[in-house]
Design a protein around this ligand. Structure first.
Ligand SMILES: Cc1cc2nc3c(=O)[nH]c(=O)nc-3n(C[C@H](O)[C@H](O)[C@H](O)COP(=O)(O)OP(=O)(O)OC[C@H]3O[C@@H](n4cnc5c(N)ncnc54)[C@H](O)[C@@H]3O)c2cc1C
Length: 446
């Protein structure tokens, strides 16, 4: 049985390794000319637990992340967030991570570089292969790991129900590592994250990279970011962070990150999406890499379970079987992402003054601030909510009710995500998808 993995993304490489180990004939098609030319020559935040879960070593050159300082819109209020040292994220270099995953995959799969996937081949109501560099390649299963703007997904017929994001569901992010200005004084805060930076829908950050040679800068905006917005944000960051020098040493590119709840449909007959093409990313949460790796594993686990029950041939890759992979994703982290997505959008849509007030007051404790600003589920019991109302005073009741409405909506999204039908049936799956989509004002999509 032939499996094609489209794109040597993080989840794709993990899926290739795991599916190869199950005995499938796996080929990975990657557009970049070589591993070295793959994107993202920098480091990203990943929780080390994912490496333990997958029985892998944390790649070399990784270092423990330091705590954040959140800056309210217009830079007036700052709030430190201490992360839990035991469960701290690590900054992991991409190149060694890609190399490690590609090495493991290539022991059981072929990786073909310089191979551009153009579209899916469709026959008899299923994905039956891909068009690559103008040639048709047949496959029993196609794993889509082409990232947020996957051409494969866009080429699927609408009746497969695998929807594509709207433009406001993408975070456009500029990332650059600047040489540190040797004349600048040591900064008071080493990891600053600007929420709704300059009052715009997005975030920016300036992080002093250990061992102190570079400053890691990000400017991200929801939907779109024109040159003027980027220049304004960079000028403001440089003014407030004199350690940012002139020379860009790494990065300096604009990329796209999905800011959507996980895809409500990740699978079709002969097709499964992993990673950013299934929208398994929550920016700032350090989630994209870990979620993609876990998704690649869950996909192979699902297929392996059906094999051990005696299911054979193409039936292994029918939508009803692959749906079980999606159920596992939602059970493990997808439902949580639905809740976080609602909260993130809620924070970005919040009045600047409310964010400043919340950060500046002692109403929220360390973990609550971390969840609210950095991305994580924030659950506040009714008794605790009442205590906060008493503490804030009745004058703030209106504001607290707005925040509470957002938190409640986030919990509803989490619960709806968890409520994913265990068994696939087109009508029930669509009804579940519609209930989730309604929370995002996207009810017409599916
Ligand atoms: C600025 C920035 C900061 C980030 N920070 C973090 C972080 O701190 N922590 C974290 O966990 N995540 C972070 N992410 C998200 C993370 O990069 C992704 O979630 C993760 O890489 C998984 O994405 P992916 O592998 O699915 O897709 P991608 O990384 O987009 O990989 C897709 C692959 O497919 C290839 N490809 C695309 N189109 C074609 C085609 N037509 N034919 C063949 N090959 C193709 C690409 O070359 C690429 O190799 C960040 C992303 C960005 C942009």
């Amino acid at each position: 049985m032939k499996v094609v993995v489209a794109g040597a993304g993080i989840g794709g490489l993990v899926a290739a390794e795991k599916l190869g180990k199950l005995g499938f004939d796996v080929t990975v098609f990657e557009r970049a000319a070589s591993l070295d030319e793959m994107r993202y020559d920098w480091h990203d935040d990943v929780n080390p637990s994912v490496f333990r879960r997958l029985g892998m070593k944390l790649p070399e050159e990784s270092f423990k992340k330091r705590s954040w300082t959140f800056v309210a819109p217009h830079g007036t209020v700052v709030r430190n967030f201490r992360q839990d040292e035991e469960n701290a994220d690590y900054s992991v270099e991409r190149r060694p991570l890609n190399a490690m995953l590609a090495n493991r995959a290539s022991a059981v799969a072929d990786i073909v570089f310089g191979a551009t996937v153009e579209s899916a081949l469709i026959s008899e109501g299923r994905v039956s292969g891909v068009r690559v560099n103008g040639a048709e390649v047949a496959a029993d299963l196609v794993v889509d790991s082409l990232g947020v703007d996957s051409v494969l997904k866009k080429s699927l017929p609408a009746e497969f129900g695998v929807s594509v994001h709207d433009e406001d569901e993408v975070f456009v992010a500029y990332r650059a590592f600047y040489e540190k200005n040797p004349d600048a004084p040591e900064p008071k805060y080493v990891s600053k994250a600007y929420l709704k930076h300059l009052g715009e829908a997005g975030i920016s950050w300036a992080i002093q990279d250990p061992p102190g040679k570079l400053v890691n800068v990000l400017v991200g905006r929801l939907g779109k970011m024109d040159d003027a917005t980027l220049s304004r944000a960079l000028a403001s960051l440089k003014e407030e962070n004199p350690t940012i020098g002139e020379k860009i040493v790494r990065g300096g590119t604009v990329c796209r990150i999905p800011v959507r709840y996980p895809a409500t449909r990740m699978v079709a007959n002969g097709y499964a999406a992993v990673g950013d093409s299934a929208y398994l990313t929550i920016p700032m949460l350090g989630s994209g890499i870990a979620s993609s790796m876990v998704a690649g594993t869950l996909l192979a686990e699902t297929v392996g379970e059906f094999m051990s029950r005696g299911v054979k041939g193409r039936e292994l890759f029918d939508v009803a079987r692959l749906w079980k992979y999606q159920v596992k994703v939602f059970g493990e982290f997808g439902a949580e992402h639905c809740g976080i997505d609602v909260m993130k959008r809620g924070v970005l849509a919040m009045d600047d003054g409310i964010i400043g007030w919340l950060l500046g007051s002692d109403l929220l404790d360390n973990d609550e601030i971390g969840a609210l600003a950095g991305g994580g589920m924030l659950r506040i019991s009714p008794a605790e909510a009442l205590r906060k109302v008493r503490k804030a005073g009745l004058k703030k009741l209106g504001t607290l009710l707005k925040v509470n409405a957002m938190l409640q909506k986030s919990l509803v999204a989490y619960r709806r995500g968890k409520n994913i039908p265990r068994n696939f049936n087109e009508a029930t799956a669509r009804a579940w998808e519609r209930r989730l989509l309604r929370l995002y004002g996207k009810e017409t999509r599916s």
